[in-house]
Design a protein around this ligand. Structure first.
Ligand code: TXA
Ligand code: MG
Length: 349
């Protein structure tokens, strides 16, 4: 066990101090939890293989699951990726549109990136975060930072420093507290394919805060066939590490499509994960819920629901019920990414 401290960044002095401590540790080959606008990341110097190995060890993550590499800006892409000439224009267009931000592109990898980072794949997932503290730390370090979500393998992504503490206390020396994550869901991941049509093909490998509607403005969207869901045909997975059982709370979670599907078992306690918490939606009155958590207690907007999503899941997971029942969310905008996470969370294997 090592002692884990939290570095605040709420004043300019604190932010400067936290940056220095994080960069010193990263340069010494340590892993540090860092804030991004999506979820907190567990960062290591991407060019230091021993440090990257620690990320897998701390997360208890299998090494066939590749990591996302964070760079300061699109100009740094050539340091980690060999951008193919046939998609160069499209890659930089997407970068201009969505970076810095909750957006990741999978590109052919550069030799400088250790195979451990990409789990032996010939490609690397690259992101430019818009979080000011993450941005400052990756710039100051000078090397790219490999940073998967800062949770233990197969568990809920952390969206606050305290959630990281709950996941990794005693395993890492430092958590840089950049406040609650402003997007709240893991980044949208795409792979770009050249096309002779006016728009390139965007293969959607993971839905996230950059919505299908936004992507469609500059690309023709192709969704990856889910190969890992029950009943789905087995096949090669283009984006490994997206097992169906990912993002799961320890408490079983069931996603309903209609209120009528719920038949409580006697002697079992249930919590409801409700989108709006409106009686007219028909879920509230179904049962005497042991606990009800509402994703948008405010104005009923998707962005609020996304920000609160993992926080609320964590809360319900800790409230001691036998099962969490989730209402469906309409699959437009950010609803696509939230429903993806709920479907994965509801699968047991
Ligand atoms: O928002 C995010 O992306 C956060 C922040 C910290 O950057 N990171 C994150 O990392 O969600 P992680 O490790 O939980 O998920 C990364 C996923 C992998 O599981 C895999 O599905 C995909 O990104 N990935 C990484 N490298 C890939 C590659 N070369 N080809 C295809 N998919 C890849
Ligand atoms: Mg993750």
């Amino acid at each position: 066990m090592i002692s884990t401290s939290i570095a605040a960044t709420d004043t300019s002095d604190a932010a400067a101090d936290a940056t220095r401590r994080a960069v010193d540790l990263l340069q010494a080959g340590e892993v540090v939890a860092l804030p991004t606008e999506t979820v907190y990341g567990l960062g290591a110097d991407a060019f230091n293989e021993a440090a990257v190995a620690k990320v897998f060890e701390v997360k208890e993550r299998p090494t066939f699951d590749p990591l996302i590499v964070h760079i300061p800006s699109a100009e740094d892409l050539p340091r980690v990726a060999n951008v193919p000439p046939e998609i160069e224009k499209d890659v930089y267009r997407a970068a201009q549109e969505f970076w810095p931000g909750p957006f990741t592109m999978v590109l052919p990898k550069n030799d400088a990136v250790p195979d451990l980072v990409t789990a032996g794949l010939p490609t690397v997932a690259v992101r430019v975060s818009g979080h000011p503290i993450m941005s400052r730390i990756v710039r100051t370090l000078g090397n790219p930072i490999a940073a998967p979500s800062a949770n233990r393998f197969g568990r809920i992504s952390p969206t606050s420093a305290s959630a990281v503490m709950a996941e990794l206390e005693g395993r890492i020396p430092l958590i840089v507290d950049g406040g609650a994550c402003s997007a709240g869901l893991e980044s949208t991941i795409i792979r770009i394919e050249a096309s002779d049509k006016s728009k390139p093909i965007f293969h959607l490998l993971r839905s996230g805060p950059v919505t299908p509607e936004q992507l469609k403005k500059i690309g023709k969207l192709k969704k990856q066939k889910p190969t890992d869901r029950p009943g789905a045909e087995p096949g090669p997975q283009e984006s490994p590490g997206q097992l169906a059982s990912h993002y799961a709370p320890s408490t079983p979670l069931r996603l309903l499509s209609k209120p009528g599907e719920f038949e409580p078992e006697p002697n079992k306690s249930y919590a409801l994960l409700s989108y709006r918490g409106e009686p007219k939606d028909g879920f509230l009155q179904l049962h005497e819920w042991a606990e009800v958590a509402v994703l948008t207690p405010g104005s009923g907007k998707q962005a609020e629901a996304a920000v609160r999503f993992f926080f609320v899941l964590r809360q319900l997971d800790e409230c001691g019920v036998d099962e969490i029942i989730a209402e469906p969310i309409s699959e437009v905008g950010l609803g696509v990414a939230m429903m993806d996470r709920l479907r994965r969370a509801s699968v047991r294997d």
